[in-house]
Design a binder for this molecule. Structure first.
Ligand code: CP3
Length: 335
């Protein structure tokens, strides 16, 4: 059995597999080299050879247990024909949602537009580094809420949503219905091409007050989680900075829960029964070896009798030194 399945399905507490959010990315000089020659980020994600290469880069360097496909959660609105661009030093910028056009889009058009993503998943999952070494291939999507945030806000919301974000609830409901349909299609295609774990990134879950969680997070995410379960593939949810992890797990009940670095891991251990992933503050990797070792072992100790996948509490920062990343990986492996 693959390492992530061993923990998530068999609830094995003797091993702590490790993979890192954003492990394929800007902290690696070999990624930056490719990126420099490919200024259009979307086109890079749609280049099946380069996205395969980038996905495998961290596995060539470090003793990681899983690959996560080099793609982006915003490939979904892109596939729905919303304009999506990545501006240097600014982040994503999206065009306005054209809801009537979007409502008419069919599955074939969508799949065709982002087809190279699936081809890359196939290439990675059949590569010797993954297949012969019994590693996991992680596919992913953005959660409906986080995608809605980008689609309406048209850029990263930073700390707050625009005042009139919820103004047009008819539009919001139509977008959520479209997202439900196409997220399922996107997940199914990733699994059909070799993804054997799905992670749902809800990066902006922390923007919502508790009263809004049922409508925008619990209900649409539960629907997706139940769908992934019918495909016999474990699903990990990462509702970053959500106000109530316990309630989220009780209601949505994913196969594993990713935790952010602001939540107290001891409280998580007390409150949550399902396998846990992550938690370490990515900024720890900007300190020194002694601190990295201490903090890494802190998480491993807390979860030593609980099924636990090692990861950070958010993506690895671009300014991270790959040697420090390696030191963390080896600390986990030698635990
Ligand atoms: O984890 C991996 O290594 C796989 C690839 C991956 C990327 N984005 C590549 C990427 C994954 C899993 C994502 C998910 C993603 N994308 C999320 C959820 C996770 C999170 O970080 O909260 C979100 C919110 C996005 C949207 C997005 N994509 C933003 C806001 C940005 C710009 C700022 C940033 O964080 O880099 C991106 C660009 C992006 N996606 C880059 C990479 C490697 C950087 C591209 C570059 O400028 O070179």
């Amino acid at each position: 059995m693959t390492p992530l399945h061993e923990v998530i399905i068999n609830k094995n507490t003797k091993i702590n597999p490790i993979w890192i959010m954003r492990q394929a990315g800007r902290y690696l000089p070999e990624f930056r080299e490719i990126r420099k020659l490919n200024p259009n980020f979307i086109n890079l994600c749609l280049n099946e050879n380069l996205s395969t290469e980038i996905t495998l880069q961290p596995l060539q360097r470090f003793n990681l247990d899983a690959a996560i496909i080099f793609s982006d959660i915003l490939m979904l609105p892109y596939g729905l024909n919303q304009k999506v661009e990545f501006k240097k030093g600014f982040g994503p910028r999206l065009g306005k949602v054209k809801i009537n056009e979007m409502s008419k889009l069919d599955e074939v058009d969508f799949v065709q537009k982002i087809y190279p993503v699936y081809k890359a998943i196939k290439k990675v999952s059949t590569n010797d580094l993954i297949k012969n070494q019994n590693k996991n291939m992680i596919g992913f999507v953005g959660a409906p809420w986080t995608l809605l945030v980008y689609m309406i806000n048209q850029q990263s919301p930073k700390k707050n949503l625009k005042e009139n974000f919820f103004k047009d609830d008819f539009l919001i409901n139509r977008i959520l219905l479209i997202l439900e349909k196409f997220l399922k299609i996107h997940i199914k295609n990733q699994i059909d091409n070799g993804a054997n774990v799905i992670q749902i990134f809800d990066s902006w879950a922390g923007l919502l007050e508790e009263k809004d969680l049922p409508n925008y997070i619990y209900s649409p995410t539960l629907n997706l989680v139940n769908y992934v379960k019918t495909l016999n593939t474990p699903v990990i949810c990462f509702p970053r900075e959500i106000k109530n992890y316990k309630e989220f797990c009780e209601i949505v009940n994913p196969d594993a829960i990713g935790i952010d670095y602001n939540v107290n891991p001891k409280k998580i251990l007390r409150d949550i029964k399902i396998p846990v992933q992550g938690g370490l503050d990515p900024k720890i990797l900007l300190t020194d070896k002694e601190t990295i070792k201490k903090e890494t072992i802190k998480y491993l100790d807390i979860f030593k009798n609980h099924p636990y996948i090692f990861n950070l509490g958010h993506g690895v920062l671009p300014e991270t030194d790959p040697n420090m990343f390696e030191y963390m990986v080896n600390t986990v492996k030698n635990y």
